[in-house]
Write a protein that binds this ligand. Structure first.
Ligand code: ZN
Ligand code: ZN
Length: 468
């Protein structure tokens, strides 16, 4: 067996690892690289292997840094199945169509510039048709089922507890007359006790392991502390008649917020008269997919749905999902307390900018960040205490309170990954640390080495390593 690490190697995006074994070429994830513009452009458009030579893709989950280059893979000649859980397939279908739209807009923007410079136009990385073609290749499976893509090679998916449908992948390959080789790919590993999704399933061992390390050098706040903080922020806003404006990632985080607020209302910790809005077409579609897959919910979400009269975990009396521009604009005239959840999560683009523009100047309001804010984003500037915010070219005074909750992360931290690995019967013979910035990946590699893992490396992009 041979593994080539083509993405998410010493960085977090572009997850893509090619496994070659028993004459079969299996691609683990085909994510979009999302770094600096020119580098992303080059990396996403130059697959480091012949797409038509790949036999099958195993997709760990729907996030775009894992699924986002599938349409380009298909456009480049891939003819096999993309195997994933049913929920991942449905979520990815929503996300890839959205991503195609962004790719088309990006190309238009670049082409206007290129035309001015007298350069020929470029094609988008992929378009809506390519995204649909990729969705046509999805082959849904369920947690725990063993598939045999070729004689002597099996694949199975196990709940990773990260977002709806997320999985870690177990690949077993016949190995001459010896025991089969077992490769485990963690995908993105979640945390115990998160809302909606189940806890990550334990794994009892592997010969070779590919493990994520997003927070390989950090410890998160307790999940409970985050829930209390959410309740406190919303309660304060209700008291002073203000609005809570939440820039949120459309898939995962938004559904968790809605579910969390629903629970507070059921427990009478928040008034059932509090209006809550989700204003993002992508989030609305993703929530539909969450509703469609109760098989991927945890027991608490099941119990809520089964409680008196059968409840929708993502719907309650004053919960509204808005799709059209008119519905979105109507929120500008809202009087009294309300929660408005909108994308993008880092307040860079999308409808959240309109909500910030209308609400940021009122000291009764709160802007609440619930996810990571990258450098050079409006979200980061606000968190860093900016007195003014530039929105659509106009400077606005920041009078609203700016709050953050760190505890909602969907990734296991250092201790949580170590706890998951502690369930292995013995350390894998070979461990590859991926999906982390260099600092986190190297720190986690060294941590595993110091704990007696025999061979641990954080491979560089393009590195190929022999297993066994
Ligand atoms: Zn993810
Ligand atoms: Zn990821």
């Amino acid at each position: 067996m041979k593994i080539s690490f083509h993405g998410a190697a010493r960085t977090v995006t572009g997850s893509q690892h090619l496994v070659e074994t028993n004459g079969l070429r299996i691609l683990l994830d085909c994510g979009l690289y999302q770094g600096k513009r020119s580098e992303s452009f080059r990396l996403n458009r130059n697959l480091p292997f012949d797409a038509s030579s790949v036999d099958v893709v195993a997709l760990s989950h729907a996030h775009i840094d894992h699924s986002g280059n599938l349409p380009f893979l298909v456009k480049s000649g891939f003819k096999g199945d993309i195997v994933c859980t049913e929920a991942t397939g449905d979520l990815a279908a929503v996300m890839l169509r959205d991503s195609a739209h962004i790719q088309e807009q990006d190309a238009e923007y670049l082409n206007r510039k290129r035309e001015r410079d007298g350069l020929p136009p470029i094609e988008p990385l992929y378009d809506a048709g390519d995204a649909l073609a990729a969705c046509g290749r999805f082959s849904g499976t369920v947690y725990g089922r063993t598939l045999e893509p070729a004689p002597g090679v099996t694949l199975s998916f196990h709940d990773a507890g990260h977002i709806l449908g997320s999985a870690f992948v177990v690949l077993e390959a016949a190995n001459g007359s010896g025991a089969p080789l077992r490769l485990v790919f963690s995908g993105d590993l979640g945390r115990n006790g998160r809302p909606i999704v189940r806890d990550p399933e334990p794994c009892d061992g592997a010969d070779a392991l590919i493990i994520e390390s997003t927070y390989g050098d950090r410890t998160h706040e307790e999940i409970k502390a985050g829930e209390e903080r959410l309740l406190a922020v919303v309660t304060d806003a209700v008291k002073c008649g203000g609005k809570v404006v939440v820039p949120s990632f459309a898939v995962g985080r938004t559904q968790e917020l809605v579910y969390g607020l629903h629970r507070f209302i059921l427990d009478k910790k928040l008034p059932d008269t509090l209006p809550v809005y989700v204003d993002s077409p992508l989030a609305v579609e993703a929530t539909e997919v969450y509703r469609l897959h109760p098989e991927a919910w945890d027991a608490e979400t099941d119990a809520l749905a089964a409680s008196s009269g059968g409840k929708d975990p993502f719907g309650f009396a004053r919960m509204r999902y808005t799709r059209t521009r008119e519905e979105s604009m109507a929120l500008n005239d809202l009087k009294g307390p309300a929660v408005i959840i909108s994308a993008s999560g880092m307040a860079e683009t999308g409808r959240i900018l309109h909500h910030l523009k209308h609400n940021i100047g009122d000291e009764r309001n709160t802007v609440l960040f619930v996810g990571y804010q990258a450098e050079h984003t409006l979200g980061r500037r606000l968190l860093d205490g900016a007195k003014t915010a530039k929105i659509f070219g106009v400077e606005y005074r920041v009078r609203a309170r700016v709050e953050r909750i760190d505890a909602m992360s969907a990734h296991a931290d250092r201790e949580e990954i170590l706890a998951w690995l502690a369930r292995f019967a013995r350390p894998p013979k070979q461990t590859f640390v991926v999906h982390g910035e260099e600092k986190a990946a190297f720190a986690f590699r060294d941590e595993l080495s110091s704990r007696g893992f025999p061979s641990v490396e954080a491979p560089a992009r393009g590195e190929t390593i022999e297993i066994g």
